[in-house]
Design a protein around this ligand. Sequence first.
Ligand code: AP5
Ligand code: MG
Ligand code: ZN
Length: 215
Amino acid sequence: MIIVLLGPPGAGKGTQAERMVQKYSLAYISTGDILRSAVKSGSPLGTKAREYMEKGQLVPDELVVNIVKERLLEPDCARGALLDGFPRSVSQAQALESVLSPLGKKIDRVIHIDVTEDELVARLTGRRVCRECGSSYHIKFNPPKVRNVCDHCGGELFQREDDSLNTVKERLAVYREQTEPLIQYYSRQGLLSTINGNDDIDEIFARIVEILEAL
Ligand code: AP5
Ligand code: MG
Ligand code: ZN
């Protein structure tokens, strides 16, 4: 089973993915997480990706598509995979199809989480992330039990570099321009389920579960 999470920055893709992966034991593929760890390690990929990520722009396809391709060949993906943040443009969607089809696989469902712009800005500017395990929190909407400490692993929480207001605005503009066309693209293929993502985390998860149980 291949599931794609589609939605603007701050829609709650990572938050919902954490729960989906636990419940359905899907392999988790977040291109954002993979790129951030490449940046952290200072690898050649990370050095190239960094200049785009800190501006809130998309990293070029030739860097991103290969990451996903290799990841999908790893053994844990055999049972199914959850893609978060990929594809992010029509060209990436086409690249994904040409990676999946020789493996005899296809996308089973694209879940689009729809959230208003004001809410996205509030979510992103208040987000805190665990330095160790990558779990996402929010200072108001989803605070950790102990301030600045991860509930899961005790790691330190920090603010992502691209969560400053100016970069958030650029990321939202990039989303509208380059990623939003995928809504039409997948809708035409009959693969899209859009859910209202403005409600609380548990309610949204229940909507996702309903969609997955129907597959
Ligand atoms: P990426 O890491 O994918 O970032 P993004 O798409 O901008 O999305 P976010 O991770 O910011 O948001 P999210 O939807 O996961 O929300 P979260 O659950 O954390 O990409 C980063 C960068 O990498 C890109 O800008 C680009 O440069 C590069 N990149 C990545 N993939 C690429 C690709 N395929 N091609 C090219 N470049 C690529 O939630 C946000 C906050 O809200 C949290 O604080 C959370 O606690 C809170 N929250 C969540 N749900 C709720 C709720 N229901 N109510 C209240 N608060 C909530
Ligand atoms: Mg995320
Ligand atoms: Zn942690």
